[in-house]
Write a protein of this length. Sequence first.
Length: 554
Amino acid sequence: MSDLLARPDLDRTRADADWWRQAAVYQIYPRSFADADGDGIGDLRGILSRVPYLRRLGIDAVWLSPFYPSALADGGYDVDDYRDVDPRLGTIADFDALVEALHDAAIRVIVDIVPNHTSDRHEWFREAIASPRGSAARARYIFRDGLGPDGASPPADWTSAFGGSAWEPVGDGQWYLHYFAREQPDLNWDNPDVREDFLTTLRFWSDRGVDGFRIDVAHGLAKRLGDDLPDQATLDALPRDGAHPLWDRDEVHEIYAEWRRLFDEYSPPRIGVAEAWVESHRRPRYASVEGLGQAFNFDLLEAPFDPHAFRRIVDANLALAAASGSSTTWVLSNHDVVRHATRYGLPEPSDPEEKHGAAWLLSGGTLPVLDRERGLRRARAASLFMLALPGSAYLYQGEELGLHEVAEIPATSRQDPSYFRNPGVDVGRDGCRVPLPWTTADGSFGFGPAGAHLPQPEWFGELAADAQADDPSSTLWMYRRALLLRSDLQTSEELEWLPTADPEVVHFRRPHGWHVVMNFGTEPAELPEGVPLVASGPLEHGRLPGETTVWLRA
């Protein structure tokens, strides 16, 4: 099978305007991918050094999480300058070289845009703080007078996503809104300066060859606060129907219609994918041809390991994609959630509002007990199922190695603001951002010569890329095999469910005689006729073991 793992030269042109519809996109968190200059932080030249690995993996595009100048108050999502590279990560010249190398490897490039807020070190915000109330500089952000005779109390009792007040005083009786960290002041998208500057940013990166943009907090840009701010309880109770003061307002689509006109100036048109945490029936507007083009669907990521849930989610999202004229997106892990190998090895939380894996992280990875083998077995099966679906598959760095979440990070090494602002409640997202293991022997498992900015556990060595590269039973081998087959076989967006005798088994057919069977149960199930192409685990004499997926060709 080694010949099937050699990535062939791709007969694809950069003029293919629909490349994204069925793309496999690999998310890179640059600070934790590969470190070339030895300062303990991943960088652009580190990514450049791993382009052969990415090419052999078989992905269609990479999505780069923020690489902009930043104080890292929120892992780079506090941006100082949207049109530059953080000096710790490289230079604009390094970025250009990376884009060229990726394009030469037939890999397209998506970059993260963070339009809801800047950092508090952004030149606009520094100007706003130095300017009086009512100034044009402050009008680019959301400032409000504090309550009380001296404005010493916040304008409302709103809570930040990272804990504590969502309002921060500036010392003259006014406060600014920051829905996330206090170092991330929210922008005022009613201001024409803001709109024009982001158009300039989109052009800047598009002109450098960027193929698309992932839009952070895409549902949060349009805000209507008024003079009388509701309290937090009232705000939480308001429906998300297009008129909520903060989230998913109908007016946000005016912004994206303008972006779409800019995207369409390029050939092929640039694409956008919205991170929009909205009601599912409101997602198609973000993904429409008049808007960004795609929107993240996080439904599988949040679903239990259950055949009925998976099938219901697939049907619902394919219907939503058809309604928008887009293709759907599939995600099982990213930089904000517990890795799915770990989630699948833990019991489902009894409280539906509890994030899966949160209690385990709070316990330091001791309670409830993690079944590591089962978690990885289920993760492999779910990943193979996802990669067979019509639409785009978004992968997170390290999932192809079968990495688990890292719980054993000492308090002195933690970086996520959630940890510091919600003590005893939330340990944050550092566990899925630990630098990748590339080799078994090196002190930082090949990440870089000066160690890693987050501590890597000893068990990372067993899962290092070089330990898996030539092992046909490894998770890395399975991903490479599946991605190669996917690029050859996935030529349409058709899917047909087929009946099964076992309610724990799902079976669907794709064009050209391609069948996918997934056994969610624990007992082996009968397999239909066909030649196995790739499986998430060993097959047993024509039977499909429990918690295993196989692709067949009839």
